[in-house]
Write a protein that binds this ligand. Sequence first.
Ligand code: GLP
Length: 240
Amino acid sequence: MKIITVKNYQELSSTAGQLITDLIRRQPHCTLGLATGSTPQGAYDYLVERYRAGDISFREVQTFNLDEYCGLPRSHPQSYFRFMHDNLFRHVDIQPENRHIPCAENGDLQAQCDAYNALLRAATVDLQLLGIGSNGHIGFCEPGTPFDRETFLTRLADKTRQDNQRFFDSLDEVPTTAITMGIKNILQAKSILLIASGRGKAECISQMVNGPVTEAVPASALQLHPDATVIVDEAAAALL
Ligand code: GLP
């Protein structure tokens, strides 16, 4: 695992954004695995700036998002579909048929998992962007998730729902389930880029980097990957 420590969130965002920019310039038809949460927003802003400056195009880029809450309409302000639209997709020239996000509004959710997994199996993700939950989750793979899981319907940990309550009016409104890529899908990416900011992430970053590889800390699975890079700001690196 390669660790890059930067000063603050702004530097974290530009460093991650630049790595993705370099990949798109090298390989205009690349496939990106994308993440949501507050951490990647700055990196997406950076990519939008580079697109507006004419440095990169998303015309041939394909994307696969990690996860989606169950039961929220795609138009809901907190759905990850809407997040991607608002933070990246509507600002750049990515083709609608090239962007993929699990569909978890309603209906047969197991069938949706299987359909998404079939798409992932047929793809090769060149770079998977990840955030990390304070309990060590990646995507919505919560502690205890076996490393050989592929796309599945997951129950959110209480800690995750509490952490994500800040985006909703009350805890009751935070969904209890989600569709997420499994750890096996995540590890199949050619390269992984995990970003973390703030003192609240220091414990899980230290466990991920220096602790044992264990299902109790899903992000520790990155120790098994041959090309995983972690960018942390000084606060998130406090316990390294
Ligand atoms: C959610 C997402 C994760 C993300 C995590 C951390 O739970 N499913 O992919 O890494 O939030 O979010 P934040 O970056 O807001 O701390």
